[in-house]
Ligand binder design. Structure first.
Ligand code: F6R
Ligand code: MG
Ligand code: MG
Length: 372
C-alpha cells in the first residue's frame, strides 16, 4: 500500500485538575466523543486521545493533508466543547490556551500546538508521538538532534548505509518568524550554534536527503509543534508545552534510537510559572502528572504502527525499567536545581521568565540607584 496519509497531533490546555497538574477524565471523554463522531463521518481514519500533564492531546490519522481546515476546525471545536465542560467543573484555567473567540481556517497562532506530517505510508510504519508538559518547543532540539545527527546516540548513522548520508533539518527562528534548511552532518557546527539557543531557534521538521535510498526528500520524518504562546498572545497566557511526531526504522533511526536521547534528562526551561530550568523526566502515561513544584517537566512517548492511517497502539514506551535510572537522575537534578531557589540558573534569565516582578521592583527603586 503506498497511499499518502496524514498524522496530526493537536494539543491544548483547556483546564487543569487540580491546578495545572493533569487533565480531568471528563475532558478526555468529551474529546473521545467528538473524535468518534468525526471518525463515523469519515473525516478521520482513526484517533487517540492522550494527556500529558494538563495538556489534552488529540492524535488523528486522516487523508486531508497538513494545515487542513476541516481537521483544524474539528480540533478547535473539541477544545471549545472541552472548555465548556472545564468551566462547568470549574477546572483550573478553563480555556487557557484558546486565545481567540472564533475559528478562522487554521488553528495555528490561536493557542493550540500542532505537529503534523503527510507522508507515503511504508510497508511497516512505526511512529512515536512525544508529548511534553511544563516546557517549551526548544526542549525537543537536543533529542531530535541526537536522533537524526549524533552517531553517539544513533548508531545507524555510522553502520547503516541507508542512514549514512544524514538528514536535512528545518530550523525556525520563532522570534523573527523565519526558517532555514540545513544539511547534517555537513553543517553540524553551524546548526549547533543555532539550536543550542533553544528559546529562539527550534527544530520544526526533519527530512530525508536527496540521496536517501528509499524515502522521498519532501516528506517529513519528524515534526515538532513550535507555537509559542508567549509570542502568539503578546503576553503570557500559559505554557507552550510542545508535542512531536517521529517516524522510525528502515532507513530512519530505529525505535530504540528514537527514544534513546531521552535516557539523558537534559535541562529545559519551563517548570514552575514557566520561569525555571529543570530536568526533562521521561515517564509512563500514568505518571504524566506534574506535581513537585509543578513538575519536573515531563515527557511521554506513545508508540504506534500505522496501518493505512489507523493508529495501532499506543505502546507506553517510557513505562519501562530501562528508564528508571533516568528518572532517578532527573529527581536528583530536580532536587539540586530546587536548592538554588530564586537564583539562576534555576530561575531563568530575565528575558525568558514568563512571570516577573522586576519592572515593579525597579520602579519602586527609581531614584535610589546611584552612580558606582
Ligand atoms: C507552568 C504552569 C504552572 C503555573 C503556576 C502558577 O507552565 O502552568 O507552573 O504557572 O501554577 O499558575 P497561576 O498563575 O495560574 O496560579
Ligand atoms: Mg494549565
Ligand atoms: Mg501544560
Amino acid at each position: 500500500m503506498t497511499e499518502k496519509i496524514t498524522i496530526s497531533l493537536i494539543k491544548a490546555d483547556v483546564g487543569g485538575y487540580p491546578g495545572h497538574s493533569s487533565v480531568h477524565p471528563k475532558l478526555i471523554e468529551t474529546a473521545k466523543k467528538g473524535l468518534t463522531a468525526a471518525k463515523d463521518s469519515g473525516l478521520l481514519i482513526d484517533f487517540k486521545v492522550l494527556a500529558a500533564g494538563d495538556d489534552l492531546e488529540l492524535l488523528m490519522g486522516h487523508r486531508k493533508g497538513e494545515d487542513n481546515e476541516e481537521i483544524h476546525s474539528l480540533a478547535w471545536n473539541i477544545f471549545t466543547k472541552a472548555t465548556d465542560v472545564a468551566k462547568e467543573l470549574k477546572l483550573y484555567g478553563a480555556g487557557q490556551d484558546l486565545l481567540k473567540d472564533a475559528f478562522s481556517g487554521n488553528i495555528k497562532g490561536m493557542g493550540p500546538g500542532v505537529a503534523e506530517m503527510e507522508f507515503t505510508e511504508r510497508k511497516g510504519e512505526p511512529l512515536v508521538a512525544f508529548m511534553m508538559d511544563k516546557t517549551e518547543p526548544g526542549a525537543f532540539n537536543l533529542p531530535i538532534y541526537r536522533m537524526f545527527a549524533d552517531p553517539f546516540s544513533t548508531a545507524g548513522l555510522i553502520v547503516d548505509p541507508s542512514l549514512h548520508a544524514g538528514f536535512r533539518f528545518e530550523v525556525w527562528d520563532i522570534m523573527e518568524h523565519t526558517k532555514v534548511f540545513m544539511n547534517l552532518p555537513e553543517e553540524m557546527y553551524d546548526i549547533l550554534a543555532l539550536i543550542g539557543a533553544k528559546s529562539r531557534y527550534v527544530i520544526k521538521r526533519v527530512f530525508p536527503k536527496e540521496e536517501h535510498p528509499s524515502l522521498p526528500p519532501d516528506e517529513p520524518v519528524a515534526a515538532i509543534s513550535t507555537e509559542k504562546l508567549f509570542q502568539t498572545a503578546g503576553k503570557y497566557v500559559g505554557k507552550d508545552d510542545p508535542a512531536g511526531l517521529v517516524r522510525a526504522q528502515s532507513g530512519l533511526p530505529a525505535l530504540g534510537e528514537v527514544i534513546e536521547p531521552f535516557a539523558f534528562p537534559h535541562l529545559v526551561s519551563g517548570w514552575m510559572r514557566g520561569s525555571h530550568n529543570g530536568p526533562l523526566m521521561p515517564v509512563a502515561f500514568k505518571d504524566a502528572r506534574c506535581t513537585r513544584f509543578d513538575g519536573p517537566p515531563r515527557v511521554i512517548a506513545a508508540g504506534f504502527q500505522i496501518s493505512n492511517g489507523t493508529l495501532v497502539g499506543p505502546a507506553d514506551l517510557f513505562d519501562d525499567p530501562a528508564y528508571d535510572l533516568t528518572r532517578r537522575k532527573a529527581q536528583e537534578i530536580a532536587e539540586y536545581m530546587r536548592r538554588h531557589g530564586p537564583f539562576e540558573p534555576h530561575r531563568l534569565p530575565m528575558g525568558d521568565m514568563e512571570y516577573t516582578t522586576l519592572p515593579d521592583v525597579l520602579k519602586k527603586l527609581e531614584g535610589r540607584f546611584e552612580k558606582t
